[in-house]
Design a protein around this ligand. Structure first.
Ligand SMILES: [Zn+2]
Length: 112
């Protein structure tokens, strides 16, 4: 179980991480909705496609991390944050501080 103040602290950490991921995605040309905001008047479409492919490759892990952060924020709202999704054991606060969006306790994570 995490105390109320600790939960608030993790929510702040998660929101910071979320903001960082969103700004990294924005730098790659992905907007808030996750879509690419390329100029449609761009003449050389093959170059756009190449850049798009590169941006997609860079964005994929960011998107994945973002969805983990979103899920973790949902768990904060539900009051289940800080419990392992596999074994329901409390996740150590050291681990949560290092990886606030983690789904599993260290024992389960090391088993995968
Ligand atoms: Zn576990």
């Amino acid at each position: 179980m995490t105390s109320h103040s600790a939960t608030v602290e993790f929510r702040t950490l998660l929101q910071k991480e979320r903001d960082q991921l969103l700004s990294q995605l924005a730098e790659l040309g992905f907007g808030q909705d996750g879509g690419l905001s390329y100029d449609t008047n761009f003449a050389d479409s093959s170059q756009v496609n190449a850049e798009r492919g590169e941006a997609e490759a860079l964005a994929a892990p960011l998107r994945e991390a973002l969805s983990e952060v979103d899920e973790a924020l949902e768990r904060v709202d539900e009051g289940t944050y800080g419990s392992c999704l596999r074994c329901s054991s409390p996740i150590g606060s050291d681990r949560l501080e290092a990886m606030p969006a983690t789904r599993y306790c260290i024992a389960c994570a090391s088993r995968t």
